[in-house]
Design a protein around this ligand. Structure first.
Ligand code: GLN
Length: 573
């Protein structure tokens, strides 16, 4: 498919060569998509039950993912082979996907193995074995042996008819197979996980050499097309509103909207009184002065604090904050709408911007098996349903790291360091020597740690009061200042000071005090699904503790949180 001359509003699966991943419910399915996108090959994931004959676009190749089922079970999921074959594109089956291929061609050859195989294995690549015409392409350039990650209990009992073996391990003599005349491959191991060091190269061999997909899904291409697509969607006069928080996702989404339609995009920041020190001011400055975005800041602090009075249960706090956020946002949107209606040049507000990322999309479409209900993806505060607006989601094809990395990379100079040999480069390896990116997103914002929607309300454990908020705010400023001064900001993924709902006795100036306990937490993670606690250097933590107990009124002690996720969560409530 040519991108040149393609209508600019074409969705990415039409504008870019696309690999389709059919999901059988493996915990790693999304990683296949991710590895391909790291290779600048556009890829989408659909459930294995998707009706692929009705796709409005044609994939260059199909990957069948792993899955928790056994192909021989009564309720095991299967693809529609008639539809799959009629597409006539190369197929790669991974683990369950391999077993699905074997089962389809010869349905008696998958059995429960006597031994399960989880973890590392060394695969021997069998070159030129059998008469298969496509035999050498999948492992081309990967050497004679390869370290791989296995995770299976079932195995192939014999080679399916018209297939040849192209790799084996002592435990799995049929570790990889290929059809003798068609480009159909199956591998028992998982190339998509980092524990298979050359897995990405194998996926490249499949996508580029076998499927002939071009590696042209670059972020610059994508962003350019997305801006053009937004313009076409919204039309000459259409108006869009969206909430911003000061975080990376909503800022990048807002910046894209601003590039696409300028002041016809209206950003709203709700100051809920639960923000950090000077945050509303800083966000206002960044968005309006640095990025030129049209922004309204609504000060609704009192309303949120009044509603939170006396509430201690974390879920209840979150619900109150969510509900008030929607109400305030709607009231403000109405005002903007009324103002817009009186201006003859402007059209109606028809669209709501949302910073949905690809993991949310995957969550909503991946295969959950016959019994599980499919989750619809969580909308920020449930706004779209209530406001009857159409959604614009410019980041919905991106993983968070891609959003961050792209904007980090859009500067003239950057250094890449500490990349593990053979591993993919990600945001953590990039160091920016200059302060601003080309798109003008200031560096402090691009590296900013995530901050939760309910804000300091969930960092003040128990009842949220003005005085507790003041303590949380002040302790946080000190902690953040010292993290930056120590040069630790970028090695930490998220960090905060929380006010515990207990008082402890201390001694200050020879006087007994009975005051709050502050808990400090810093974690390291790449995806926020799991996280390790960051272990602070002694001198650093000594200084932070001393400063907090000396400078923050109402604190008697400082403790440091040594809990990873799981079993902890990143935030305390
Ligand atoms: N359930 C299958 C097995 O145990 C496939 C596992 C997988 O795809 N990871 O072999």
């Amino acid at each position: 498919m040519e991108t040149n001359g393609e209508p600019i509003t074409a969705p990415p699966n039409e504008a870019f060569d696309t690999l389709l991943v059919l999901d059988f419910g493996s915990q790693y399915s999304h990683l296949i998509t991710r590895r391909l996108r790291d290779l600048q090959i556009y890829s989408e994931l659909l459930p294995c039950t998707a009706n692929i004959s009705e796709l409005p676009w044609k994939p260059k190749g199909i990957i069948l993912s792993g899955g928790p089922y056994s192909v021989y079970e009564k309720d095991a999921p299967h693809v529609n082979w008639a539809q799959l074959s009629s597409l006539g594109v190369p197929i790669l089956g991974i683990c369950y996907g391999l077993q699905e291929i074997a089962w389809h061609f010869d349905n008696s050859n998958v059995l429960a193995g006597e031994k399960r195989e989880y973890g590392h294995a060394r695969v021997k690549i069998e070159k030129h074995k059998g008469e298969a015409v496509h035999a050498d392409k999948l492992f081309n350039g990967l050497g004679n042996e390869m370290d791989v990650y296995m995770s299976h209990g079932d195995k192939l009992s014999h080679i399916p008819q018209s297939f040849s073996v192209i790799a084996d391990t002592p435990n799995a003599p049929l570790a990889a197979i290929v059809h003798n005349t068609k480009p159909i491959y199956g591998i028992q191991f998982h190339p998509e996980v980092t524990h298979t060091p050359k897995g990405t190269e194998l996926l490249r061999n499949f996508a580029v050499d076998i499927c002939e997909a071009r590696q042209h899904w670059t972020m610059d291409e994508f962003v350019g097309k997305e801006i053009a697509r937004i313009r076409a969607l919204v039309g000459e006069k259409g108006q869009v509103i969206g909430a911003v928080s000061g975080g990376v996702d909503s800022t990048v989404a807002a910046k894209l909207m601003n590039e696409a339609i300028g002041p016809r995009f209206h950003a709203i920041l709700v100051d809920n009184g639960l923000l950090r020190q000077d945050e509303a001011k800083t966000v206002h400055k960044t968005l309006t002065e640095d990025l030129g975005i049209r922004l309204t800041v609504v000060d609704a602090s009192q309303r949120f604090l009044d509603e939170l009075r006396g509430v201690t249960e974390p879920e209840k706090k979150r619900r109150i904050i969510g509900r008030n956020f929607i109400e305030v946002f709607q009231e403000e949107a109405k005002k903007i709408e009324e103002a817009a209606a009186s201006s003859p040049q402007a059209g109606e507000i028809e669209w709501l911007l949302q910073g949905t990322l690809y993991p949310d999309v995957i969550e909503s479409i991946s295969f959950k098996g016959p019994s599980a209900t499919i989750k619809t993806h969580h909308n920020v505060g449930g706004l779209p349903g209530i406001m009857h607006l159409k959604l614009i989601e410019p980041l919905r094809e991106l993983f968070k790291e891609q959003v961050i990395l792209h904007f980090r990379l859009r500067c003239r100079l950057y250094f890449i360091c500490n990349v593990p040999s053979g591993g993919p480069i990600n945001a953590r390896h990039v160091i920016l020597p200059n302060a601003r990116t080309k798109l003008g997103i200031p560096e402090r914002l691009v590296w900013r740690h995530p901050f939760p929607g309910p804000g300091l309300a969930i960092r003040v454990l128990g009842e949220v009061t003005e005085s507790q908020l003041a303590i949380a705010r002040h302790a946080d400023v000190i902690f953040q200042e010292e993290i930056v001064a120590g040069g630790f900001y970028r090695e930490i993924s998220q960090s905060f000071a929380a006010v515990l709902p207990v008082k402890a006795v201390g001694v200050a100036g020879d006087k007994r005090i009975w005051a709050q306990v502050i808990s400090l937490r810093a974690v390291q993670t790449t995806d926020f699904m799991t996280a390790d606690f960051w272990y602070p250097p002694k001198e650093f933590i000594k200084k932070v503790s001393l400063r907090i107990t000396n400078e923050v009124n109402g604190v008697s002690r400082v403790v440091f949180d040594l809990t990873s996720k799981p079993p902890g969560t990143i935030e305390m409530e």
